[in-house]
Design a protein around this ligand. Structure first.
Ligand SMILES: O=C([O-])CC(=O)C(=O)O
Ligand SMILES: [Mg+2]
Length: 226
């Protein structure tokens, strides 16, 4: 056998703590605007919780749909500050994580879960500090047979996540920031945030100029009454 489908790999590199923390005050919409509005998984929600911020380092699991054996292993291997990213192939027939696993994750300092699968024991998640983005909720439980893999690249509803990427989530959704580009993305996102803050101030003090709308309309051939 080639081993593909059964790899349990270490994370080669995690972002330094200060770089992860630098994203704390920045919204996912600002980061997303600076990744060309193309990267993310807009269909995942967190219906089980009130609004919470998620920030951490990706620890990935690729599992057979409906099976959580390798997620249990990930709970033992993940480091404090990690976020579990579980690619279950988009199947929500069986829940992959429940209250007992939630407790293990919290004990190990794991910050949250992003999955294209389902969870159960949702009441326990609702009041927890642990942040979940998932595709569904069901009482039907998981199998524990494998196969699955740890710390391989995964695809969560079109969002590619590599182990060690920075994961940012808020009320607008969740986004994975590639580690190699994270400093560059942080700088442009900070610039954009300052611009947005300036616009909000100008709206408060009545100096905001909305003239750019007519400029764009004219450039597209609109005839505007002067
Ligand atoms: O049975 C499982 O592995 C998932 C579950 O409900 C729990 O963690 O409480
Ligand atoms: Mg349970």
């Amino acid at each position: 056998m080639s081993g593909i489908g059964m790899r349990i790999l270490p994370i080669k590199e995690r972002a330094p703590k200060e770089l992860i923390e630098a994203f704390t005050g920045i919204g996912t919409s600002i980061v997303s605007d600076n990744m060309a509005r193309l990267h993310g998984c807009p269909n995942l929600a967190f219906p089980f919780q009130t609004r919470k911020k998620l920030i951490g380092s990706a620890f990935t699991v690729k599992t057979r749909p409906g099976d959580n054996l390798l997620i249990h292993k990930a709970l033992d291997l993940a480091a404090p500050g990690d976020v579990l990213i579980v690619d279950a192939g988009g199947d929500t027939t069986n829940a992959l994580i429940g209250e007992i696993m939630l407790k293990m994750a919290l004990k190990n300092g794991i910050k949250g879960l992003v999955t294209n699968g389902a969870i159960r024991d949702s009441d326990a998640f609702r009041d927890s500090e642990f942040t979940v983005y998932a595709k569904g909720v069901t009482h039907l439980g998981p199998y524990k047979d494998g196969p699955g893999e740890i710390n391989v690249p995964v695809n969560i509803d079109g969002m590619i996540v590599n182990p060690g990427d920075i994961i940012l989530g808020d009320g607008d959704g969740v986004i994975s920031i590639p580690l190699e580009q994270s400093r560059e993305i942080l700088e442009v996102a900070k610039d954009k945030m300052e611009k947005e803050e300036a616009s909000l101030k100008q709206l408060d003090n009545g100096t905001y100029n909305h003239g750019w709308v007519d400029e764009i309309l004219k450039s597209k051939g609109y005839k505007l009454e002067e």
